[in-house]
Design a protein around this ligand. Structure first.
Ligand SMILES: [Fe+2]
Length: 388
């Protein structure tokens, strides 16, 4: 959605005859969201995208909430969880969810023998560890550690893992993922005060059409179920496309932190927005420069909002006891702030090396049953401890 991009061969005019060297028409395929009113791309393919030989239902994909829901501060050591298998699609571990977003963890170790299309959600895949290539109908996009991979709803894709050591935090969102509106001008261009710009955003860069007929399985997620669709040709047969609808990458290390003389609130870390949530990046940065500034945040109660932090290293200035891969959940209105002693200890510090991804939702989150085995149940009581 970020800017106009084109790859491969396309005709000068839309919806005009565009032929292959044998004189046959390349089929056109318009893909976009919000009916015909949202962003879109126009693809030219070797074969029509409509050549489905069959569709079958495989399984339900509805996360199950914990049996007894509560309201307290939570901490999960997610990297202690073992993935049930090697697939980036089939072996996700649900962690948190509501009707707008779902968060899961995946630790894929082998390429899937099928393609994938999430038909009910945009996905933001945060590459905590790993590198490889995200292949899609729009071409290939190299990814690396620290990337947010934004994969809009409905785009057929697959991961080509560049090694077995992957840790991915996956966010699925009912609404579409976009850059914060306040950082865009009326033309959609990112403004000068945005903490990142178009140069930091990587669209697919290579397009190689696959000219193969046969049986190609595409797993499709729809209505919280997984379907298997058999295409009669390779789904990556695009010869050219242009538009705004495509997967893209943004690396967290390209987020330029906004700092100030006194403590800056979490919205300065905002990176994405969607329906019912915002996503923020906490990156290494200099601390506040007022001589009496308190760099640690003040206690706060986010009423009507659930706050999730995913810690991408073991450092976070206001907390103790968290570790690489921790997720904390501070639900609706529950007061929280620095751990005992952390406020005083932050005074005079010049910088932080913390790296974290924050999700704020505007509807309450459910904790998935599958997250419970890694919960640190002592977390709520940790504010009662004496300063270290
Ligand atoms: Fe908070």
């Amino acid at each position: 959605m970020v800017f106009y991009h084109r790859l491969g061969k396309i005709p000068h005019k839309r919806h005009t005859a565009f032929r292959n060297p044998e004189g046959d028409l390349y089929p056109e395929h318009l893909m976009g969201n919000l009916g015909f009113s949202g962003i879109k791309s126009l693809l030219y393919t070797l074969r029509p995208p409509t050549r489905l030989s069959r569709i079958e239902r495989l399984s339900e994909r509805r996360p199950e909430p914990e049996p007894s829901e509560s309201l307290h501060l939570r901490h999960f050591k997610t990297h202690d969880l073992t993935a049930p298998g090697p697939s980036v699609v089939l072996d996700r571990i649900p962690l948190l969810f509501n009707e707008d977003v779902a968060v899961s963890l995946a630790r894929p170790s082998a390429d899937d023998p099928f393609f994938y299309r999430n038909g009910q959600a945009d996905e933001v895949v945060f590459v905590t560890e790993g590198e490889g290539v995200l292949e899609s109908q729009m071409g290939s996009l190299d990814y690396r550690q620290g990337d947010y991979l934004v994969i809009p709803k409905g785009i057929i894709h697959r991961f080509r893992l560049g090694g077995a050591n992957h840790i991915l935090l996956i966010l699925e969102t009912r609404g579409y993922v976009r850059t914060p509106a306040r950082y865009r001008n009326a033309h959609g261009q990112l403004l000068e005060h945005s903490p990142f710009c178009e140069r930091d955003i990587r669209p697919p860069s290579r397009l190689t059409p696959h000219d193969e007929a046969g049986e190609f399985p595409v797993l499709v997620k729809s209505k919280n179920a997984l379907l298997r669709m058999i295409l009669a040709h390779h789904p990556f047969d695009t010869v050219g496309w242009d538009g705004y609808y495509y997967p893209w990458a943004f690396n967290i290390s390209d987020f330029e932190p906004i700092t100030g003389r006194i403590h800056q609130p979490p919205p300065v870390h905002q990176t994405f927005e969607g329906d019912g949530f915002v996503l923020c990046s906490f990156v290494p940065r200099l601390f506040d420069y007022h001589p009496d500034a308190i760099p640690a945040p003040y206690n706060h109660s986010n009423i009507g909002s659930d706050e999730v932090l995913y810690y991408c290293n073991g450092e976070f200035m206001s907390r103790k006891g968290i570790e690489y891969g921790s997720i904390t959940l501070h639900p609706d209105g529950m007061p929280h702030g620095p751990h005992p002693g952390k406020t005083e200890a932050s005074i005079g510090l010049k910088e932080t090396r913390e790296l974290a991804v924050m999700l704020d939702t505007f509807k309450p989150l459910h904790v998935a049953k599958t997250a419970l085995p890694c919960e640190d149940t002592a977390y709520q009581g940790s504010w009662l401890e004496k300063p270290a």
